[in-house]
Design a protein around this ligand. Structure first.
Ligand SMILES: [Zn+2]
Length: 289
């Protein structure tokens, strides 16, 4: 009996031992396996840095990330407190991950790995993935442009996190993001929210789009080779509405936030007949030239 028991004990030990050894090896390798997974996802030699609920994944100088993090934090705080009447954004508790890439290939490789994106992404330089509150962006090396790109994508993130049920029309989503992308942070941290991007004026002059059709444009029109005309018009239309019809714009945004798909009819009932608003919009654009 004794011998049998011993044998059983020995057999169990032998059987269990390899698993125990394997678990111990996995536990020891845990941090480096995690790191390997994160490096693989980032596609480079990244380091991460957390700044006020922003986590940057990058192989850039972490000092640059500290500046980006400081500016994004200033931007977000001012945006939430100063546009309560217009956007009604909530204070965020969910962290936003930001991947900074050196070129377009790295950005596209990331999208293929982490999203089900199948379309053309040649003509876009940044991406916000609501599934993981994750931003991926191609850096240009020009600090002004890079922070502008980050304001753009962070705007998408903040709007999505604030109103998850909202069904934003692409022109609203891109209009507000391109408008807020021109925000400025002064050396003392003073924030100017929004602004006109004059490059869009030249593009819009080349190809203004009929307003009614434009209001119904879908996301694919913002990713094709012709997407600059859609971005330019979304930008200028949003700037026009925020400068000339702020209260009505606030009401219109509330209807988009309700979760019901709205279209030109809601636009018209909020701002008036489309031909009239189209004429007023054209005059506004002319006044900027
Ligand atoms: Zn966008």
């Amino acid at each position: 009996m004794k011998r049998d028991k011993r044998r059983t004990f020995a057999a169990t030990t032998v059987l269990i031992a390899p698993f125990v050894i394997l678990l111990a090896a996995l536990a020891a390798a845990g941090p480096s396996l995690r790191e390997w997974g994160q490096k693989r996802q980032h596609g480079g030699e990244p380091q991460s840095i957390d700044i006020n609920l922003y986590t940057f994944w990058t192989d850039r100088d972490l000092g640059d990330c500290a500046i980006f993090g400081f500016k994004l934090d200033r931007f977000e705080r001012e945006l939430v407190t100063r546009t309560k009447d217009l956007f009604g954004l909530s204070v965020r508790s969910v962290p936003i991950r930001i991947h900074l890439y050196h070129n377009h290939d790295e950005l596209e490789r990331f999208l293929k790995r982490t999203t089900s994106w199948k379309g053309d992404f040649t003509h876009n330089g940044g991406y916000y993935n609501p599934a993981g509150s994750e931003i991926a962006i191609e850096m240009t090396g020009d600090e002004r442009e890079d922070i502008s790109g980050l304001f753009h994508e962070v705007t998408h993130a903040l709007f999505n996190l604030s109103a998850e049920r909202a069904r934003w029309s692409p022109w609203v989503a891109e209009g507000v993001a391109t408008w807020l992308a021109r925000s400025e942070i002064g050396p003392e941290g003073a924030v100017r929210l929004g602004g006109i991007d004059h490059r869009f004026l030249a593009i819009n002059r080349e190809g203004p789009l009929p307003l009614r059709e434009f209001l119904e444009a879908d996301h694919s029109q913002f990713t094709t080779a012709q997407n600059r005309y859609y971005y330019a018009q979304a930008h200028l239309l949003f700037a026009f509405l925020v400068e000339r019809h702020r209260d009505r714009l606030a009401a219109y945004l509330k209807s988009e936030m309700s979760g019901v798909k709205v279209g030109p009819a809601t636009f018209e009932s909020t701002f008036g007949p489309i031909p009239d608003i189209e004429k007023e919009f054209a005059d506004f654009v002319k006044s900027l030239n």
